[in-house]
Design a protein around this ligand. Sequence first.
Ligand code: GLA
Ligand code: ZN
Length: 662
Amino acid sequence: MELEKISRLLHGGDYNPDQWLDRPDVLEDDIHLMKQAGVNVVTLGVFSWSSVEPKEGVFTFEWLDDIMNKLYKNGIYVILSTPSGARPPWLAKKYPEVMRTDENRVRQLYGCRENHCESSKIWREKVRIIDEKLAEHYAHHPALIMWHLSNEMYGRCYCEHCAENFRKWLRAKYGTIDELNRHYWSAFWSHRYTCFEEIEPPSKHGEMQLHALVIDYSRFYSDLMIDFISIEKNAVKKYNPEIPVTTNMFNITSGINYDKLAKTLDVISWDSYPRWHCQRDKTTEWKNAVEAAFTFDFVRSLHNKPFYVMESVPSVPSQFNICKLKRPKMHLLSAIQMIAFGSDSVQYFQWRKSNGAIEKFHGSVIDHNGSSDTRVFCDVCEVGAMLEKMSYIKGAASVSEAAVIWDWDNIRALQEQVGLRHDKSFFEKLPQRHYEAFLKNYVNTDIISSESDFSRYKVIAAPALYMFKPGTAEKIRQFVENGGHFVLTYYSGITNENDLCFSGTASNPVYAPYSLNDVFGIKVKEIDGLCDDEYNELEFNGRTYKALTCCELLDIDDSESLSKYMHDFYKGICAVSKKQYGRGCAYYLACDTENDFLHEFYKYILRNADASKIIGSEYVKDVMVKQRGESIFIMNFSTEERTINANGKIITLSGYDFAVLN
Ligand code: GLA
Ligand code: ZN
């Protein structure tokens, strides 16, 4: 694959020179400054449609030839983008159907970006044509190392073409309308359909209560986007199948099922924009670092391989309410975190700050002043020099014995469910809270879906695995039987893949977690929702912790109770259970808890499972540790000095400092 042309870690980012085609002096500067900053790659053409096809059917490559050639001559490789992230006005004027129709069935006017109807045949055809033109022209250019398909795909269209495609998708999934009605539980409120033609995509002023329909529309649209990406992939591969393709993923709840999308891509890439310094309380910088780490481990786990950070900001991101400057040393620290967690690149959006339009204040490597005498430019040069020295790590894998499940369908269902708690973010963030406990125990951790292969782990945590898809329960059972340690929490094993609750009868009652009562040795009888200022308590390993948000009331069968509720009418009922099953162990956590409990709980489980720690030390506040290949990265996300014992080596790190042990 072409990416292997470069043995170094990549350093660079989005380069949009078409904004300065009338300023050859600026373009000349760009090349000099890139070399100075140790830039070895740029992502070109992300939003270049109107420069490449200024009029329908008229293609102008001269400017791009010139830039590609110059970059190559100067040792800078190119990730070339297909321009489908944004379209020129002529296209929407002539073919209005390419614009999205929103939930209220109002078609958008021309403007913005990433708002196309992925069903539109004309849109698909226009994108295919320009992609093929680009590929025909550049697929064998020596500078080209990868194709960047589109840009941060997200959102949905609700037009008639999409509705029609949705109905086709439903026919393929359910076969008959009766079968669909059965899964949608549409007898409730008399919503029973008599034919597929009656089905409309969900809308706030239409149907939102049939959760299976709402979730299916998300699934359908995710499939549609993936199908759209495959058209782009085929278009560019036609001229040189050796060039790998990627698309920049950016927000795991953005709408696309990234586990499925990953199967279409050769390489995974990610846009990383943590909110550094955005908390008033400086001690919570750790939280930003955890969030970044979680997303890195998520994307790294998609292919179980290194990925590429495609975008990040070298200074101030303009998309947040408050634009905080990156504090000294944070640029280097955040870059090393990307590498530690499996990225083979540090790239920025964008190289040079735009003079106008929406992102004119989005921090770039080169500011409006054009100078190299800036703090940001020096920081970027420092990262360039560091990456140059760290090429040995390129391609190195991370091995994890622990995993946390973050499952797209499950999260979609939890976002829709009305019961227990209506706060979507509680469930979205839950896997990250469990992940944080693993991080604090200094073990490498993967983030996987419920469909991933479980067999390579010693410990798996499934927080609120509400939806059991076909085969999920059986996989959990086998994992434990074969010696794995599995943690399941409250609100698990409640619905099937279509969000239909598992149910029983008087002679054959069914309790959550569905079909796993014998594995966990418990039955869930009831679940209590707690107000934000309420708590129960439980004792674990000699300390008392708060139980928050929700408490399940369990019947214990043949499991051991590790902890019990201390108050209310369920005082004395088991809150945490453990059962040996087969060669492994099944743990059930019946309530939400404060994070300190999770830290201790997983410490106990990791020890029981004999999972390897990266370093033996107990958690040192704000110090994050990750192993990649043979290298151990130790990062201090506090502004204060920290000391840690790294397997016998005493390491003292000043604020925002790090060490790499090889
Ligand atoms: C996203 C987009 C970029 C740019 C940046 C910064 O990541 O992909 O085009 O808009 O945000 O805001
Ligand atoms: Zn549409």
